[in-house]
Design a protein around this ligand. Structure first.
Ligand code: FAD
Length: 393
């Protein structure tokens, strides 16, 4: 119940905040005006800054090169990262959490280099006809007579796919009539990978989200976690979704903090009609609503992170993580809209952080499960876990 940060947690927050304020935020305009890209020198500053801050590989084990942070500690870091526009922090080393479940050989080959900043990964689940309904994917892996698998799939919106060295690809292994969801690790250099499209998106981020066709052959050692994990793809993926949804909620909280602090600073410093903007209740009341949105999202996010650290029932955590992502992402979009209004015409300029967040936060209601899917999960939780457990503290 006590959400006071320990001395260790406060130090971690300060290190993450210093990285965001000192390294990431100063690069935002360079990125915004250059299609999301920053110079190689700036990129290296991000890598070095994140390593120095001790936030690389947050959830990964120390023995794998990670920081082995608890979920509450990860939320503390993600909240700070959320204050940054243009996702400059993406340029820091990192790896999807499922890579930690790889075999010893996969950890050596992919995870350790990723956490050193020498390799990038991308996660490919979504397909043309399977988005919200991820179970509806049509991508397949067919076992060949020599034990290898032929993967045939077309994946959409593969974030960082334009620069990734390895793709974590979700397909169904065909076993008679059975379809066994399985995650494969596919090297970019594998023959049979075709980049079909790299469409422009609303935000101005460092990397793209290309559409990629796979028609390639990999050995059974490419199954994430080893051949014994054929058919375990859904379970592994759900772990990723839950953690990622908590991270998104935390970043939305950070974004709301930045929107509020910039809006309060601007509206208390500018006068129109003989009074400070802030003294017009039409301006300050929406900011009060934003403060309530941010505080509520923050409490819910820390609550679910703490539950996860306490080893609570995974299904309850799943339901509450959905609520946190739903509320925080919708709240952050409301806050961004109010901030743009408080800035007036300047709020419509791409050089204003509120404008960038107004565009960038939109995707948080879509990726890692849309708001509607979070509502579905929450509603199911109400029925299956019960109202009191879903609302428990
Ligand atoms: C910028 C960006 C980056 C992404 N990165 C990745 C990535 O790295 N890897 C990856 O695999 N995917 C990625 N995605 C894909 C993302 O996860 C999907 O876009 C998302 O899950 C929604 O799927 P869809 O786009 O096919 O929409 P659809 O599933 O077609 O949904 C369209 C609308 O219908 C609603 N809807 C659908 N089903 C239901 C239902 N049962 N009940 C009520 N409403 C429903 C949805 O909420 C939505 O509003 C990314 C997407 C974007 C935009």
């Amino acid at each position: 119940m006590d959400f006071t940060l320990t001395a260790h947690q406060a130090t971690l927050r300060d290190r993450a905040a210093a990285f965001v304020d000192g390294v990431c935020i100063p690069l935002e305009l360079e990125a915004e005006l250059n299609g999301g890209k920053v110079s190689a020198v700036s990129q290296q500053r991000v890598v070095d800054g994140a390593i120095a801050a001790g936030i690389v590989g947050a959830g990964h084990l120390r023995e794998h090169g990670g920081a082995e942070l608890s979920m509450v500690e990860q939320v503390i870091v993600q909240e700070e990262l959320g204050r940054n526009t243009n996702a400059i922090w993406w340029l820091a080393p990192g790896a999807y959490n499922v890579l930690g479940l790889g075999t010893a050989e996969q950890v050596d080959r992919y995870l350790r280099p990723a956490l050193r900043g020498e390799l990038a990964d991308a996660y490919a689940v979504t397909e043309r006809e399977a988005g919200s309904d991820a179970a509806g994917i049509e991508g397949t892996a067919l076992r060949q007579s020599d034990g290898s698998f032929r993967i045939v799939a077309e994946k959409w919106f593969v974030t960082t796919g334009d620069v990734a060295d390895v793709f974590i690809v979700m397909v169904n292994v065909i076993d008679g009539d059975a379809r066994l969801p399985t995650l494969f690790l596919v090297d970019r250099t594998t023959a049979g990978i075709t980049f079909l499209d790299d469409p422009p998106f609303t935000h101005t981020y460092p990397h793209g989200h290309p559409t990629i066709a796979f028609d390639c052959t990999v050995t059974e050692q490419a199954v994430l976690g080893g051949p014994g994990n054929v058919g375990r793809g859904d379970a592994l993926q759900n772990m990723w979704f839950v953690e990622e949804r908590i991270h998104i909620a935390a970043r939305c909280v950070g974004a709301m903090r930045r929107l509020l602090s910039e809006s309060v600073q601007w509206t208390t410093g500018r006068s129109q009609g003989g009074a400070r903007l802030f003294d017009h209740q039409g301006i300050s009341f929406p900011l009060a609503d934003s403060a309530a949105d941010c505080a509520a999202a923050r409490l819910l996010t820390y609550h679910v992170a703490q539950l996860m650290d306490d080893g609570a029932d995974g299904k309850l955590v799943h339901g509450k993580a959905a609520m946190a992502k739903l509320f925080a992402s919708e709240a952050a979009n409301r806050c961004a809209d109010r901030a743009v209004q408080a800035f007036g015409g300047r709020g419509y300029m791409r050089t204003t952080a509120a404008e960038r967040l107004w565009r960038e936060l939109r995707v948080d209601r879509i990726w890692e499960g849309t708001s509607e899917i979070q509502r579905l999960i929450t509603a199911r939780g109400l029925e299956r876990r019960g109202v009191e457990r879903m609302l428990s503290l």
